[in-house]
Design a protein around this ligand. Sequence first.
Ligand SMILES: Nc1ncnc2c1ncn2[C@@H]1O[C@H](COP(=O)(O)OP(=O)(O)O)[C@@H](O)[C@H]1O
Ligand SMILES: CC(=O)N[C@@H](CCC(=O)OP(=O)(O)O)C(=O)O
Length: 300
Amino acid sequence: MKQQEPLETSFANRIAHVLTEALPYIRRFKGKTIVVKYGGNAMIDERLKNSFARDVVLLKLVGINPVVVHGGGPQIGNLLQRLGKTSEFVQGMRVTDAETMDVVEMVLGGLVNKEIVNLINRQGGAAVGLSGKDGDLIRARKISMSQLQSTAPEIIDLGHVGEVASIDPAVVDMLVHSDFIPVIAPIGVGEDGCSYNINADLVAGKMAEVLKAEKLILLTNTQGILAKDGTLLTGLSLREVDALIEDGTISGGMIPKVRCAMDALRGGVNSAHIIDGRVDHAVLLELFTDQGIGTLLVRR
Ligand SMILES: Nc1ncnc2c1ncn2[C@@H]1O[C@H](COP(=O)(O)OP(=O)(O)O)[C@@H](O)[C@H]1O
Ligand SMILES: CC(=O)N[C@@H](CCC(=O)OP(=O)(O)O)C(=O)O
């Protein structure tokens, strides 16, 4: 008969330490909602995707309510390229004509959404995929060029690019309270009945606000918010973030991300975290360890 190797003492101690360190956090977050934005750039390889799905399932099993909002920008770009279409971006927003909108809906609402649902379910969770159309979840409003400081004067219309006009959380509440894990694609419906392509960070921020979430966690492809010299800024207040945008330390795609996190904080979410989705089990490390990872944004 094969004998089980005894655990090396220091390794066993480490496991015990990790589990006991997690305990106060599990107690603190039990019954609370945590909105996790899973960006397309963090969906790099199978190992990372599975580690993300395991984290989400573990949260649910210890009594926390994860709600996943996903992106899929690179995946939309890949399919558009295969179809011979190129995308233009204005302030990080993809100019979306009717044909591009069809692709966005296929990729986000179909491929990416169902892949995440399947990953979570294979790890033992019960995920249900939704787009903003399901249960009239996300009402969208068209974004006009005048709302953006465009550096591309030749583009006069963003097409089907929307912002969140309102969220009706009824379908998400119903799923959460029936022990399902909602997985939401950032597509909204306009007053005109048309589909709108919404930046996933914007949807995640508003979702966290409307669901009165305890935390908003944004997974991205950097360690967090970095200073000019490349060091990680571990904790920032709203005032400090404003100053970093002002002096150009925060730029590009990080601007809408911090803006929506700041809006969520002002709307009552207790904390927002920008963390590195390229790290295995990033969500667990953030939630259940004393030091956390990435950048913590707080209201004060
Ligand atoms: N101060 C900063 N700290 C970290 N990243 C920054 C900063 N300023 C700009 N960025 C850029 O923002 C990017 C993240 O935004 P984005 O590419 O839109 O992410 P995602 O695809 O995850 O939504 C980083 O990869 C980096 O290039
Ligand atoms: C209007 C707009 O730009 N929408 C995004 C939606 C996907 C997204 O936000 O994906 P990431 O989080 O992976 O960047 C897009 O078309 O790429």
